[in-house]
Structure formats: structure tokens, C-alpha cells
Design a binder for this molecule. Sequence first.
Ligand SMILES: NC(=O)C1=CN([C@@H]2O[C@H](COP(=O)(O)OP(=O)(O)OC[C@H]3O[C@@H](n4cnc5c(N)ncnc54)[C@H](OP(=O)(O)O)[C@@H]3O)[C@@H](O)[C@H]2O)C=CC1
Ligand SMILES: N[C@@H](CC(=O)OP(=O)(O)O)C(=O)O
Length: 344
Amino acid sequence: MSVRVGVLGATGAVGQRLIQLLDPHPDFEIAALTASDESAGHDYREVAKWRVDAPIPEDVASTTVVETDPSAVPDDVDLIFSSLPSSVGEAVEPAFAEAGYVVSSNSSNARMDDDVPLVIPEVNAEHMQLIEVQRDERGWDGALVKNPNCSTITMVPTLAALDSFGLERVHVSTLQAVSGAGYSGVSSMEIIDNVVPHIGGEEAKMESESRKLLGAFDGAELSLHDAEVSASCNRVPTIDGHLENVWAELADDPSVGDVEDALAAAPSADLPSSPEPLVKVFDEPDRPQPRMDRMLGGGMQVAAGGVQETPAGVQYNCLAHNTIRGAAGASVLNGELLARDGWL
Ligand SMILES: NC(=O)C1=CN([C@@H]2O[C@H](COP(=O)(O)OP(=O)(O)OC[C@H]3O[C@@H](n4cnc5c(N)ncnc54)[C@H](OP(=O)(O)O)[C@@H]3O)[C@@H](O)[C@H]2O)C=CC1
Ligand SMILES: N[C@@H](CC(=O)OP(=O)(O)O)C(=O)O
């Protein structure tokens, strides 16, 4: 199988990660790269400030970047990956879906729309069926599919693994890497020797997106999970890898061993980029750590550890690479699911 793919926002931080993952991909072939009007018409190497810690693929470097408009992308492209600023995605992604393209987007716009699948394939692949509702309602031949926010993706696979114990309430405190804000997002004077206890909009995203991901889809409508989720988000001076401290209140009151077993047994998805196992559980109380564990499973594995009982529920720590599992890799995984299940 070879699926021709386009990347919207290809010159950006997440766009570069997408290229790093798509260039060697066994099933996907990069056929179009888009960016802003200022970059259009130039070779990719001229307009992308390449920041990835691996060489820029030569065939990509010499590709001409085009405008972010459906008319600029060849008709035989089957799948579009989008990593645009959300204000741009809001206007442009529906235009691509209307023009017949299936869009796997990482941008935050439309994630909570009733007819937009918000998917982590290992957690809620069945929500992809919402595409039928979306096509009926919007009259699109294409589709718009989202992956969640990077902090949400880090935590939700662990919550899904514990939901059979009766997930009632979640408190989470995050320690988020600077790459989550993009290359120029946090200045060195702000973050070196410091922690910033505020990331605009992040807490609300974790609280709402988690409940949608864990919600039930009856074939026509999606209902949010009942659990209350409360988040506190902090920027810390790590480069990549979001570490999170989670307290989960579970109706069944499982033992620490039961929780560790459930996390370790979280099902993987039978897709090229899905890690096996989905969650690596550490016995060592001081793991996972961003520098040591963010590249587990090629950056796609979620790590967990430090499970203990507390008066506020089961407490544990979890970690994932925010620009791979939390962004570009999440979109690629959704693309693999879309291709495998015949949505293209
Ligand atoms: N950085 C991260 O770790 C994460 C980012 N995200 C989300 O992913 C998206 C992209 O983030 P990031 O890669 O950091 O952003 P960047 O600012 O690095 O890249 C933005 C991309 O969008 C293009 N672009 C900007 N304005 C326009 C426009 N008006 N029309 C068309 N293209 C445009 C840029 O092109 P040009 O180079 O020509 O300006 C560039 O390719 C955002 O929605 C962000 O919130 C999500 C999770 C993690
Ligand atoms: N806000 C995240 C990154 C991000 O861009 O998230 P979203 O995909 O929800 O816009 C962070 O700072 O780490």
C-alpha cells in the first residue's frame, strides 16, 4: 500500500517532525508540502529552519512548498496531515475536507466539535465512525479527524487502562517541556532557572478532551465520560517530554499491583507506529524521567511509574514525548488507522 500524503504547515516545528516520521514510512509517500504564502514557491530547505536532530531528507529538501489551499495540492493526494496554527486550521481544514481530502489534524481547532472524531487509536478507534455522521451533516466527501493535545495524550492511555476499575475523578499536575510552545514560544530568560505555572488554555483542554476520548459512541452520538478531570499545567525547562503527576479516584479501590498490571496490559493497536506495549510500567520509583524515557518506542510509548495509594486516590507519574506521541506521531497513527480501515 502506498498512500500519497500532503503536510499542511510543513515548515513548522510539528511539520518537521511529521516529515521525519513520514519520509521513511512504509505506507506513506510525501506528495505535497504547504506553508504560509511567504514560503510558497520556495524549496523546502530555503524556508524551513530545520530543527530536528536528524538530517533533512534530501528529496524533501528540494520539494517546492505550495500555498495552503486545496487548489494547490494535487488531486491524487489521499491523506492530508495538518499542523497549522489553530486560527489558520479553523478556516483551512474544512476547505480541504470539503474538497474531498481526508485530514488528520494536530491543531486544536474543532477538537470538541460533536461530529469530529478525536482519536487515540489504542484508546477509542471506534470513534472514527463519527466520520459518517460528519459526512452526512456537512456534505463532505473528505473528513476532518483530530488527535488530542499533547498533555492529554500523555495521560489518557493510562486512564483508559484504569477505567474498568470505575474512574470517578482525576487530578493531574503537568511538567511540560518547552518544545510544546514551539521554537520561539518561551524565551530563555523566562524558563532557565524557572518554572512557569501557567500555560494558556491547557488546563481546559485536558479537562474536556480527556472526557471526549474516554466517552462512549453509540453509532450516532458521542457522550462524554462522567469522570471529573481537574488539571494544573506548568512549563519546566526540559526540551522534550511532558511528565505528569496523576491522582485517579477509582470506585473499585484496586491494589497497587492491580493498577500496575492494568497499565502494563493496556492494549496496543495493530498499526505500524503503535508501540508494544502501549504503556511501559517502571518499578523504580524515580522513573519515568523525560531525558531517559521520552524516546521509548521511538517516542510513541507512554511510560508510567511510581504507583502508590494515597487519600486522594491512586497516584502515579506518566510521561510521553510531546512532539512525537503528543503531536506528529499521533497524527501519523490516526492516518494509519484511516488508511487501514478504508476511510481514504
Ligand atoms: N510545538 C509543539 O510541540 C506542538 C504544537 N501543536 C500545535 O500544532 C500546530 C503547529 O505548531 P508548531 O509546529 O509549533 O507551529 P509553527 O509556528 O512552528 O509552524 C506553523 C506552520 O504553519 C504555517 N503557517 C503559519 N501561518 C500560516 C498561514 N496564515 N497560512 C498557511 N500556513 C501558515 C507556517 O508556515 P511558515 O513557515 O511559512 O510561516 C508553519 O509551517 C499548532 O496548532 C500548535 O498548537 C500541538 C502539539 C505540540
Ligand atoms: N499547549 C501544548 C502544545 C500545544 O500546542 O497544544 P495544542 O495541540 O492543544 O495546541 C504545550 O504547550 O505543551
